[in-house]
Design a protein around this ligand. Sequence first.
Ligand SMILES: *[C@@H]1O[C@H](CO)[C@@H](O)[C@H](O)[C@H]1NC(C)=O
Ligand SMILES: *[C@@H]1O[C@H](CO)[C@@H](O)[C@H](O)[C@H]1NC(C)=O
Ligand SMILES: *[C@@H]1O[C@H](CO)[C@@H](O)[C@H](O)[C@H]1NC(C)=O
Ligand SMILES: *[C@@H]1O[C@H](CO)[C@@H](O)[C@H](O)[C@H]1NC(C)=O
Ligand SMILES: *[C@@H]1O[C@H](CO)[C@@H](O)[C@H](O)[C@H]1NC(C)=O
Ligand SMILES: *[C@@H]1O[C@H](CO)[C@@H](O)[C@H](O)[C@H]1NC(C)=O
Length: 608
Amino acid sequence: MAVRDSGYLLFGLVVLFHTWGALAVEVNMEDRVEVFIDDMAQLTCKFTSEEGIGGMMIQWFYMTPAGEKQKIYYQDSTMKVVDRGTPFTDRISVNGTGAEGEVVLTIRDVQQRDEVEFICLVKSLTDGIAEGRTKLKVFALPDSPTIEGVQTGISINEASPPKIGICEVKNGFPRPNITWYKNNTPLHNIPGEVRLVPSTTSESSGLYSVTSELYMKLVKEDKDNYFYCEVTYFVPGAKMMVETNRINVTVLYPSTAVKVWVESPKGEIKEGDTVEIHCSGNGNTAAEIKITHRDNETSTEDGVLVMKSVTRAHSGVYFCSSMDLYTYEEVSGNTTVFVNFLDDAVVEPERIMEVAQGEEVKATCNALSSLQTHTTWLKNGKEVSKGHILTLEATFDTAGTYVCVVSVPEIEGMTTSETLRINVQGPPEILEPVSTEIEESFDSTVDLSCDVRGFPAPTIVWSTSDGKILPTTSQEETDEGVHSVVSVRVTSDMIAFCNASNVYGTDAMAFSIKAIKADTAIPAKTVPKEGKGVIIAVIIICILLLAVLGSVLYFLYKKGKICGRSGKQDLTKEKSNKDNIVVEMKSDNTEEAVLLGVNGEKLPPSDQ
Ligand SMILES: *[C@@H]1O[C@H](CO)[C@@H](O)[C@H](O)[C@H]1NC(C)=O
Ligand SMILES: *[C@@H]1O[C@H](CO)[C@@H](O)[C@H](O)[C@H]1NC(C)=O
Ligand SMILES: *[C@@H]1O[C@H](CO)[C@@H](O)[C@H](O)[C@H]1NC(C)=O
Ligand SMILES: *[C@@H]1O[C@H](CO)[C@@H](O)[C@H](O)[C@H]1NC(C)=O
Ligand SMILES: *[C@@H]1O[C@H](CO)[C@@H](O)[C@H](O)[C@H]1NC(C)=O
Ligand SMILES: *[C@@H]1O[C@H](CO)[C@@H](O)[C@H](O)[C@H]1NC(C)=O
């Protein structure tokens, strides 16, 4: 109670003192002034006093880092003095006399070390002494911040958080702050997960350079994430923020699963194909990839196994294992390969059958395959039967070579074939030739051919009607029997026999050849070469003779020694010589007569 009372008493005294004229000096200053380095700072000192300016004294001080008050300026009504030897000596000036109740301390070229407290002290002869203080705050805009990510891949399996990158901002004041972001989330220290390592360097200029390293455990998804730094710094009257570029890091993650597949061929595989099996993990770290099939292990560098000319033995399950070379963890997968096959076709009962005429023939054709097959029988390139069984009645028409083709419709180019030869036993049968009546010019050569069906292959003998054997020119076995050719020189009309025989019987065919004379043999087709030459020569001689004859006639006509039936009148009128009589006499005769007349001009008319 006593303490409170004495307090009130003291307050009352002070109020009285002020009110009654004995007023003290008052100084007013801003708490702080903020400027950029290199700019100019102006510190205003306002004061009030009853005293006129004549009795006033103004002094400026600053507080040294050691906490001492250091005078830099003095002024009174008579003089203004800048103290020598202080850091401000050359850079300060004070304007105003103080008459308006304020003076301004101007500091040019502000430095970082100018960030101190300034004191304005005002002393009045009558009102006493008072001081005010202003803190000068200086600022430097930092350089653009930089970011650098770790260039090598970063494994997600590191024991402790690996380094992700470093951010740096240089020459800021006051000290800028760096904050790391992953995508849009700021990062903070989390033991064992995220570690931020900041460091600050004080440059000789007094400015700060700041770096921040980020260490962080990554997960696979971080491959798609980005990182950046945000830098905050103060400027006079504000707080600013600037961001770095975004960076990506290469995240290394081992496979957690592998995929194995047949890359080629697409679709069904058949024996002989080149098969390519691919295996790839879902990771991106170095791994050893092995592909195994029935204890047959193949290490591959790129997870590709190429097998050329596969057989059905290559069918089965293919395992692929991928072992990470860093963690030694292994993952595996498998795929099943099936190699389709089509064995050679087999014809039963046998490939060459001998059957009696009229007998029923039944043959089968089969090829073992992993897939459905389709069988057709062909004869002379034409399909004659579908399905694997061939049934037919043995005749000379059905005898011959059959091809059975077995194919797998599902796979193009998968096909096999086998032949079946059916020989139908029976006596020879000579096929009727185009013509057996042949006309040939004398001394020419004619080819006679004989097509014989029958099995066993008949023996062919060519002969003439007088029993002479003709040597066979050529002979070949055909599907159905034998084809035999003989060349005959035509010397006279003749008959040639083709006699065919085998164990079952005989057959014969007669060819009648008529020899015709070369002269009369005008038809070019059958005229032998020598004959043609003779004819051409004869024709040329005839033409020459006619030409000579023509010339002679023309010559005689010009001489007027001849007259045709048409020119008779003119000639008689023009010519009046004695020849006229001869001509007149001939005029009744035929052309031949005239010609004879001309030829035998001097003959007497009685001779004709
Ligand atoms: C002091 O000087 C500065 C420029 O030198 C001027 O802008 C300012 O108005 C002056 N102040 C007074 C009180 O004279
Ligand atoms: C980072 O990488 C991902 C995937 O490659 C990409 O989509 C994204 O745009 C990248 N981000 C940056 C900042 O480069
Ligand atoms: C920097 O961080 C410190 C501590 O969190 C804080 O006091 C200061 O104001 C920050 N500076 C900037 C420029 O954000
Ligand atoms: C076993 O591997 C070898 C080499 O890759 C290969 O040539 C062979 O065909 C394989 N055998 C089987 C049955 O897979
Ligand atoms: C093959 O892989 C499948 C999964 O793709 C799995 O279910 C199966 O057990 C594997 N087979 C063998 C024999 O390992
Ligand atoms: C060929 O057949 C004919 C007609 O049957 C016969 O006259 C002739 O003697 C036979 N020739 C031979 C060499 O057998």
